[in-house]
Design a protein around this ligand. Structure first.
Ligand SMILES: *[C@@H]1O[C@H](CO)[C@@H](O)[C@H](O)[C@H]1NC(C)=O
Ligand SMILES: *[C@@H]1O[C@H](CO)[C@@H](O)[C@H](O)[C@H]1NC(C)=O
Ligand SMILES: *[C@@H]1O[C@H](CO)[C@@H](O)[C@H](O)[C@H]1NC(C)=O
Ligand SMILES: *[C@@H]1O[C@H](CO)[C@@H](O)[C@H](O)[C@H]1NC(C)=O
Ligand SMILES: *[C@@H]1O[C@H](CO)[C@@H](O)[C@H](O)[C@H]1NC(C)=O
Ligand SMILES: *[C@@H]1O[C@H](CO)[C@@H](O)[C@H](O)[C@H]1NC(C)=O
Length: 436
């Protein structure tokens, strides 16, 4: 299941980072439980094992001595933070909280520090504090600190004689700015028995604050990163920064679209249309940029895509008529769906349509394409639908933004099994299919 990491990371020793190195690799994991950062109230309690949308770092340590801290990777927000051992409102975490007292390299950020600027950071007396809210009234605030981040990285390569060659890399970066969460209003996991969160914070990759990991460490990241999100829970993949993030596939396979809107906003993409089973859906393209926003936000921290209701209803109607025309299937009434997704079919009906076999379940669904300015993303049925075995449901993993607080979001489920390269400096996003 684990992908073999074949990247070459410069070994930097333990003396801080070398300015000549413009690369960093992080191992990321698809977390096995429903998790609540960025999940929407109604959906988070329903999305159960077998699917989740959160990806987190698995080889990141903070402080001296280094403490392992897993963080969710989020392109939809900028501040990086972890729950502090000093928390007054806390959520359960499956590993020890970071305790600034125990790190000899920790310093509180002084209020005159160049990163202590709005909108997420603000001076408070001599020091700097942060405060961030997320979808679903989730909230965290606390003190901003500076400490050493250590990234370990394990390569396994096979040499010609078939021997496995293990290399252990360690990169340390001093004085990384991050929040120490004191008041953390993050709901606990809804599952029973409650597993503790496998992550205790967020690695912010947004572009709306200079503390964003990609902006703050621009000497290393060169304002560029890439990831490939594996669909299967438990699978591992990599998050690359800097030179490592550059594409190594023939140019003809690469799709590229501009990142639009001002540079202190989300990563907005100019979506122009959507198609289903080869037909363009009758959606006014203006709806993709409605509400004064600049387009569709690409977000690794949202579990799946949500669109303005006017957009979603067109998708829903086309999907319902497809299943009717192709298979004479009616969706489950909204009252009946237990997964709480909006458009679901009874899995028994789907299996019958697929000829009885379980293997072909997804073949029953149509293909969709998200068309962006200059680039098209072909979803396959497995990045459009999800099986919820425990509820006997087969559901569309796209919903209306109605229920939520935000508008058009291109979420993680529809990003599976592609590598996305964010060239923040050049304001463009590239992608190509990858088995990650
Ligand atoms: C950290 O150190 C301060 C000052 O010594 C102490 O008051 C506080 O209880 C410590 N907190 C933790 C969580 O260790
Ligand atoms: C953490 O989990 C324990 C045991 O499951 C529970 O008793 C406690 O209330 C939880 N803490 C929080 C802050 O929810
Ligand atoms: C392959 O690795 C083995 C074990 O580390 C080593 O003995 C051998 O010389 C290596 N072969 C080549 C061709 O590098
Ligand atoms: C899907 O598209 C194909 C090719 O255009 C067409 O033959 C088929 O009827 C369509 N299926 C449905 C259910 O619309
Ligand atoms: C949902 O169920 C309630 C009560 O069982 C019923 O009155 C209502 O019409 C149902 N709504 C839908 C959309 O099926
Ligand atoms: C979005 O793409 C369309 C089609 O290529 C183009 O006409 C339009 O100007 C673009 N909008 C922005 C804001 O870039």
């Amino acid at each position: 299941m684990n992908s073999i990491l074949v990247t070459l990371l410069v070994f930097l020793g333990t003396q801080g980072y070398d300015h000549q190195s413009h690369a960093l690799t992080l191992k990321i994991k698809h977390q096995p439980f429903p998790f609540t950062f960025h999940n929407q109230d109604s959906a988070s309690s329903s999305v159960t094992q077998g699917f989740s949308g959160l990806f987190y770092t698995d080889d990141l340590y903070i402080g001296t001595p280094p403490l392992k801290v897993n963080m969710a990777i989020d392109t939809g927000s900028s501040p990086t933070w972890v729950q502090s051992a000093h928390c007054t409102e806390c959520f359960n975490v499956s590993f020890p909280n970071f305790n600034p007292n125990n790190s000899i390299t920790f310093h509180p950020m002084p209020s005159h520090h160049p990163l202590c600027v709005p909108i997420w950071f603000a001076p408070a007396g001599n020091f700097c504090q942060y405060s961030v809210g997320y979808v679903g009234h989730q909230f965290t605030k606390g003190d901003v600190g500076l400490d050493t981040f250590t990234f370990t990285h394990h390569d396994v390569t096979n040499n010609q004689t078939g021997h496995h060659h293990h290399r252990h890399h360690k990169t340390q970066i001093q004085n990384v700015a991050f929040g120490c969460g004191v008041v953390n209003r993050i709901p606990d996991l809804p599952a029973h028995p409650r597993p503790a969160n496998p992550v205790s914070g967020i690695l912010g990759l947004g572009r709306d604050h200079p503390s964003s990991f990609v902006l703050q460490l621009r000497d290393i990241t060169l304002l560029k990163f890439s990831y490939c999100l594996p669909r299967r829970v438990g699978d591992e993949a990599s998050l690359f920064f800097g030179e490592e993030a550059e594409l190594k596939v023939p140019a003809g396979q690469i799709q590229t679209t501009p990142i639009v809107g001002p540079s202190d906003e989300f990563y907005y993409l100019n979506m122009t249309s959507m198609s289903l089973n080869g037909s363009i859906l009758p959606i006014d393209p203006k709806l993709f940029t409605s509400d004064g926003y600049y387009g569709v936000v690409i977000d690794s921290g949202s579990q799946y895509s949500v669109f303005m209701d006017a957009v979603y209803q067109v998708v829903r109607k086309a999907m319902v008529s497809y299943f009717m025309d192709a298979w004479l299937l009616q969706p489950l009434p909204p009252n009946k769906t237990r997964s709480k997704m909006d458009l679901c079919y009874d899995i028994t009906d789907i299996a019958a349509a697929a000829g009885g076999g379980r293997g072909g379940l997804f073949s029953v669904a149509p293909r969709m394409v998200f068309q962006f300015d200059g680039a098209s993303l072909e979803l396959n049925q497995e990045t459009t639908f999800q099986i919820f075995d425990e509820f006997n449901e087969f559901c569309l993993m796209i919903e209306s933004a109605n229920k939520f607080e935000s508008t058009n979001i291109f979420g993680a489920f529809q990003q599976f099994n592609h590598r996305f390269v964010y060239d923040v400096g050049a304001s463009k996003l590239s992608f190509f299919p990858e088995k990650c």
